[in-house]
Design a protein around this ligand. Sequence first.
Ligand SMILES: Nc1ncnc2c1ncn2[C@@H]1O[C@H](COP(=O)(O)OP(=O)(O)OP(=O)(O)O)[C@@H](O)[C@H]1O
Length: 215
Amino acid sequence: MVDHPAVEVEDLHVSYGSTPVLVGVALTVPAGTGVCVTGENGIGKSTLLRCVSSLQQPDSGEIRVFGARPGSTPEFWRAVVTTVEPPTWYPGLTVREHAELVCRAHGQDPEEAGIDEALERFGLGGHIDAIPPSLSSGQKQRLTLAIALIRPSSLLILDEPEQRLDPDGRQEVASLLAQYVAGGGSLLMASHDDKFATASGAQVTTMESLSADAS
Ligand SMILES: Nc1ncnc2c1ncn2[C@@H]1O[C@H](COP(=O)(O)OP(=O)(O)OP(=O)(O)O)[C@@H](O)[C@H]1O
């Protein structure tokens, strides 16, 4: 995996009907680095992240994640965590049980993985026995990110992770993302908060600068 960039996108084109959204987009995320794509609402950031996450097929162009086409393989999903799609919660499972389930699915012992500490760090220590639908929107976002970070991975693809977080939550998440990148993980995210992105260890780049018509 280390021989390849985490993400390589070449000449990516996506249109919705007759409306082009991505026009010749190119992007590289070297392994072990973070890149944050910024830009106005509707410019195509989520579309790009969806394509890199294999959740959407582009009209044309090349995408490689660690040198391979992203897709529905266990190898891809062992390496990649994406929060581009809103999470689905299992009926009747508590916050802690969701974290346990994800750990077990990735071959981790929940106790050794330190899920209680992780949930505490994300401000969810008082909610471990609640079910996720009962949480506030910011707490749900904290849980989504806690679960994304607790399991092993090589690449995080995060769509506006700062959304709905209070200032302390943003600071905490930025610091954990910076640790993830410093520890060799790769990060591709979209954000409207340059300060948060930089604190997360990501290099900020505009969506405009990635397009073929950028000049
Ligand atoms: N499934 C879809 N069908 C039709 N149009 C779509 C679809 N998904 C996105 N679009 C349109 O494509 C454009 C880009 O949307 P996208 O969500 O990628 O932008 P974004 O940069 O992530 O925006 P935001 O900052 O608001 O999250 C928008 O004009 C949006 O309305």
